[in-house]
Write a protein that binds this ligand. Structure first.
Ligand code: MLT
Length: 411
């Protein structure tokens, strides 16, 4: 009889977003007349921009003739894409990367999970609470944790609470750790980190020999030019950090699928015997064995995001979503609901009204306002009593959702 990976049995319930989808589906089936407004999962609604579409189509056309046809591509991504990323996404930040340090993938969610393949099980992991659930769930799946306790914390994980009391900014761990997940701009709280704050983490990681797993999926939504967009803007980060980025929210690729992971050549970790090993070489080995690259037309489309026309068009959409974020933040704030985030990030993190639990508020919001959000406790125990609204959506839906919440819970 085949044996299962019992680590999966340690996981709490289902993955957060399908669970929300299930409840919303149930509600809609029971109330087919209700116009449900979805501000739950951070999924984009605006179509691909013209420059990206044109490149996407041209990429497909290339496959139609033998002269320009492409079969398997390079596992790391085509150089036309890694090159433009180094030049347009990183060089303007003062970050010098070689194309070989950039690995194109089908999205940062997959990479945040897959990266665990190259790290030993004995590593101690530090994870913020609340947090994007993928970081914790994938560590449970590979067996790096013990069982979950009554509060919702897994044994063996060092949790870094992010609460209103510490401005949702985690303190450095009070015990040695080897892998640290950071996400800025933050999902779910919408907070950002200054250069000084990131420097604390880089200095800590260098001193400990730890590796930072830095999720920068929302960097394009930073509006304040003083806020760093990449961990590599901090000196020394190339020796202690892996960075994940995504085209999903930046350019509407949640369905198209494309992301990138930077593993600098200077980054090393050690074997149990103390030998230093290149993480770039290990990740390359992993990708070339388990991954065959992103499709050629998608990479053409992704490269067009960084063309002059593409970036101008994409920026307009980012501004549109950030306009939504402002409407939510200001609209609910003016009604007496405490809101965080939404200035340099597309997520608004709010305190649930009347001290409701996160799921209680979720159910009442759905039933009484027909609005979907994400319960804060779904991101970890410290998210209890909070709720996340996503700014990705059509303007009229966002305005209507804010109006309905104000009417019901505004003061
Ligand atoms: C979210 O809503 O947190 C994200 O859309 C989930 C994801 O990017 O996988």
């Amino acid at each position: 009889m085949a044996l299962v990976n019992e680590n999966y049995l340690k996981l709490k319930a289902g993955y957060l977003f399908p669970e929300i989808g299930r409840r919303v589906k149930g509600f809609s089936a029971a109330h087919p007349e209700a116009r449900v407004l979805r501000l739950g999962i951070g999924d984009v609604t605006r179509p691909l921009v013209p420059a990206v579409l044109e490149a996407f189509h041209a990429g497909v056309d290339d496959l139609a003739s033998a002269a320009s046809f492409r079969g398997y591509g390079p596992e790391r991504g085509y150089e036309f894409l890694t090159g433009i990323l180094a030049e347009k996404a990183y060089a303007p930040l003062g970050v010098t990367l070689k194309p070989e340090e950039i690995f194109v993938s089908d999205g940062s969610k997959c990479d945040c999970a897959n990266i665990l393949d190259i790290f030993g099980l004995g590593n101690r992991v530090a994870i913020c609470d609340p947090v994007y659930p993928v970081y914790i769930d994938t560590n449970v799946m590979v067996g790096r944790t013990g069982p979950v306790d009554a509060k919702g914390h897994y044994a063996g994980v060092v949790y870094l609470p992010c609460t209103a009391e510490n401005d949702f900014t985690p303190a450095l761990p009070d015990q040695p750790v080897d892998l640290i997940y950071l996400c800025y701009p933050n999902n779910p709280t919408g907070t950002v980190a200054s250069l000084e704050q990131l420097k604390l983490w880089v200095d800590y990681a260098l001193a400990q020999g730890a590796v930072l797993l830095f999720d920068a999926a929302y960097e394009a939504f930073i509006t304040d030019p003083a806020i760093p967009r990449s961990i590599y803007q901090v000196e020394g980060a190339e020796r202690c950090a892996i960075e994940f980025r995504s085209f999903s929210k930046t350019a509407g690729f949640t369905g198209v699928r494309c992301g990138l992971t930077v593993v600098p050549e200077a980054l090393q970790a050690r074997t149990a015997a103390g030998e230093m090993v290149s993480l770039n070489a290990l990740w390359s080995r992993r990708q070339s064995t388990k991954f065959n690259g992103v499709s050629y037309p998608v990479q053409r489309a992704a490269a067009a995001v960084y063309s002059d026309a593409g970036w101008a068009q994409v920026k307009e959409i980012i501004d549109y979503y950030m306009g939504n974020a402002r409407i939510i933040r200001e609209g609910l704030g003016a009604a007496g609901i405490t809101c965080y985030g939404g200035v340099n990030a597309p997520y608004i993190w709010l305190k649930t009204p009347q001290g409701m639990s996160s799921w209680e508020f979720f159910d009442r919001l759905l039933e009484e306002c027909h609005v979907v959000g994400t319960p804060g406790s779904g991101f970890g125990p410290s998210g209890e009593g909070y709720f996340r609204l996503s700014a990705f959506g059509e303007r009229e839906n966002v305005e209507a959702a804010v109006q309905r919440i104000r009417e019901k819970w505004g003061q």
